[in-house]
Design a binder for this molecule. Structure first.
Ligand code: FEO
Ligand code: CA
Ligand code: CA
Length: 676
């Protein structure tokens, strides 16, 4: 979800829910949580440019802007001169805002799974006026985010029959339920959650595993599949890796410190080479309420993560979410979970070796020597980019031997330098400052307080790291930095070069020796985002990019099998940019580098998540999240959108059916690879 909305959109009945809608957590996140004065590289920048005789000291900021501009101009000139042969061939979609979604000409966008769709044979049909926790637990959840696809073993066509894994990040009660919003003194006000509403919302969080099959060009759920499964906040999971059994994760309900119920705010994720799914627990702080007992050891730890935060306040309904009653429960969230979808009874594992923070995704790639590198973003303003490298090698011939690969290895945090180099600093107990002198008595402590460990190592404060996507064809890695309007002019640095960065940027990393296990690399900025026709924005799209082609707020990203980059966005301001979020195709190679084209756009109020291609690139699955939210941003609607008065009823467009977050399957009419 976007964190940049600055105005509360509706008056509230109580202070339990200070805002609602897409804003449920964004206001809580608005305050950056990194208290350190780790250098933002201003000094290093000064040195770098001084050496070039370009500037000194305080002039650094304007000089950086000038440098970005120069790069963009050179690229643009080159693009024009060489005719910029793009890797993509499709007629791009026109930007705009309306109640429906739109895909490029010649393609079909089929709604495959909608919130409330029954998943299991015994699941009831969706009845929005009479939803229940029991029904929701067997139906597709809310606010689909990450989408992953794994072919069914032995499938005649691996790209026509597989398991889909979908995250359900959070809930929007004002769009989900009748009677939640009432108008008082002309203002829409959201009522407090009831216990029943809480229980439904809890069951609408988590993830879905669904067997799907394509026949005659249409995808469909295999309704009687034994693999179809909901994962919710009630699903039993195991804490696995160095933190399992730590005193700091033991609770009244779990004296072992190894057994956790549920997962929260699952944002992005990834597939692994051994056929499992990873899913990141992101804004988990927003579910906890209450106060830690005075002087509790977790005070600093929780403050660094903004725990508790008001939006959901589930401690009202379930004691474990109340810090006063269960002070350690919040240490059991903020991890990457791993799920084996091919065993419908598998217990998901929280892979603690990958650190604890507001995890976006966990995209990964096999290293030169056969280990696995997992790239991890901590989505908060001024927080860090991480990489985990397994200790052991991936064995392509022995799936079972890989199932616990992610329990041992080394987590690193990124330090970007102004000379274009990058160091991956190991977060290992006993090394450097990660010692008892700083309160760490074990690797479990380092992992539970990953952010503080990164602070002490002097990691680089980034503009909200989202998906980090390795490109198996070129070996380069793409880091989505979605925005950071809190960055002040004196805080800009080479790798986060814009103050009040409203549109975000994309960094390209080349690991040294082309090896993803390397602890050093080089980086450059692929794209500074935003409208290139507005000089003050400082966007660096090529001049071959049309007015439809530019975007802001890169969030999710995927590289197709041809090695081409696709970027999904979160938060393009409808009123200011005249465009909804969508899926853009971005050239990264040759003369067309930095040329972008719009392939698909979402209905009003939505963001786009989870692009995922089948192995043959003939289907792209995308997730349309929180359609119909907001409202005042779209002048044609002009008022707050809620269940009884929605800005869109996508995808059903029936008067008795609310707007429904949905996964969409995009295919080429008549078949064939997408975008070529
Ligand atoms: Fe849930 Fe970082 O987006
Ligand atoms: Ca998002
Ligand atoms: Ca995201």
């Amino acid at each position: 979800m976007t964190q940049d909305a600055s105005e509360p959109t509706m008056a509230d009945e109580t202070d339990h829910e200070s805002t609602f809608g897409a804003s449920l957590l964004e206001h809580e996140d608005a305050a950056p949580q990194n208290p350190t004065d780790n250098p933002t590289m201003g000094e290093l920048i000064g040195q770098r440019f001084s050496r070039r005789g370009l500037l000194k000291g305080a002039l650094a900021v304007s000089a950086i802007s000038a440098t970005v501009g120069t790069v963009a101009l050179e690229t643009a000139g080159q693009a024009r001169a060489e005719g910029a042969p793009s890797a993509f061939a499709f007629k791009e979609v026109e930007v705009g805002v309306d109640a429906d979604h739109h895909v490029a000409e010649g393609y079909d966008a089929q709604v495959l799974l909608r919130w409330g769709d029954p998943l299991t044979p015994d699941a009831p049909a969706f009845d929005p006026a009479r939803q229940s926790p029991e029904a929701q637990a067997k139906q597709f959840g809310y606010n689909n985010d990450f989408v992953g696809y794994l072919p069914m073993p032995g499938a005649a066509d691996p790209s026509a029959h597989g398991l889909l894994f979908v995250n359900h990040e959070y809930t929007n009660p004002h769009l989900m339920f009748p009677g939640v919003v009432e108008v008082k003194d002309g203002k829409p006000v959201m009522k407090n959650a009831t216990e029943e509403r809480f229980r439904i919302e809890a069951m609408a969080h988590g993830a879905t595993i669904a067997e799907i099959r394509r026949s005659e060009g249409r995808w469909a759920l295999v309704r009687d599949s034994r693999f179809n499964r909901r994962i919710t906040v009630a699903t039993e999971m195991a804490l696995s890796g160095p933190v399992a059994g730590s005193e700091r994760v033991k609770t009244q309900a779990d004296a072992s410190g190894r057994k956790v119920f549920g997962t929260l705010n699952n944002c992005s994720g990834a597939m692994t080479p051994w056929g499992t799914f990873l899913s990141g627990e992101e804004n988990f702080h927003g579910y906890f309420s209450g106060k830690l007992p005075e002087g509790h050891r977790e005070e600093a730890n929780y403050k660094r993560l903004a725990i508790p935060s008001a939006p959901y306040g589930w401690g009202r309904f379930e004691e474990r979410f109340d810090l006063a009653k269960e002070p350690n429960e919040a240490n059991r969230f903020g991890w990457v979970i791993e799920v084996d979808p091919f065993d419908p009874h598998s217990v998901p594992k929280k892979r603690t070796a990958l650190g604890r923070f507001k995890h976006e995704g966990a995209d990964n790639i096999v290293t030169r020597d056969g280990r696995v590198a997992v790239y991890l973003g901590d989505d908060e303003r001024f927080d860090y980019v991480y990489k985990f490298v397994t200790e052991r090698r991936f064995d392509p011939k022995d799936r079972a031997a890989n199932l616990d690969l992610l329990d041992s290895g080394t987590l690193h945090v990124a330090k970007f330098s102004a000379d274009g180099t990058l160091a991956w600093l190991p977060l290992v107990f006993g090394q450097g400052p990660l010692t008892p002198a700083n309160g760490f008595t074990s690797q479990a402590d380092v992992l539970i307080e990953t952010r503080r460990a990164g602070d002490l190592l002097g990691a680089t404060k980034m503009d909200r790291p989202e998906d980090i996507t390795p490109n198996p064809v070129t070996g380069r890695v793409y880091v989505m930095l979605t925005n950071n309007t809190s960055r002040k002019p004196e805080q800009v640095d080479a790798v986060n070069p814009r103050a009040k960065n409203a549109f975000g940027h994309i960094i390209e990393i080349s690991e040294d020796g082309g090896d993803h296990a390397s602890t050093s690399g080089r980086w450059e900025i692929l794209l500074t985002c935003g409208d290139p026709s507005v000089a003050t924005v400082g966007a660096s799209f090529s001049t071959d990019t049309s007015r439809n082609g530019w975007f802001g707020m890169p969030d999710n990203a995927v590289v197709d099998t041809a090695g081409r980059l696709w970027v999904a966005t979160d938060g393009n301001n409808v009123k200011e940019t005249g465009r909804t979020d969508g899926l853009w195709a971005v050239d990264t190679e040759g003369a067309a580098r930095r040329t972008s084209k719009l392939f698909y756009r979402v209905p009003h109020g939505a963001e786009l998540c989870g692009p995922c291609f089948t192995p043959d690139d003939t289907t792209a699955f995308v997730a349309v999240q929180h359609p119909g939210d907001d409202g005042p941003d779209w002048p044609e609607f002009g008022r707050r959108s809620y269940y009884e008065d929605l800005s869109t009823r996508w995808p059903d467009f029936k008067p008795d059916m609310p707007v429904r977050p949905s996964v969409v399957a995009i295919t080429r009419k008549g078949g064939g690879k997408i975008g070529v």
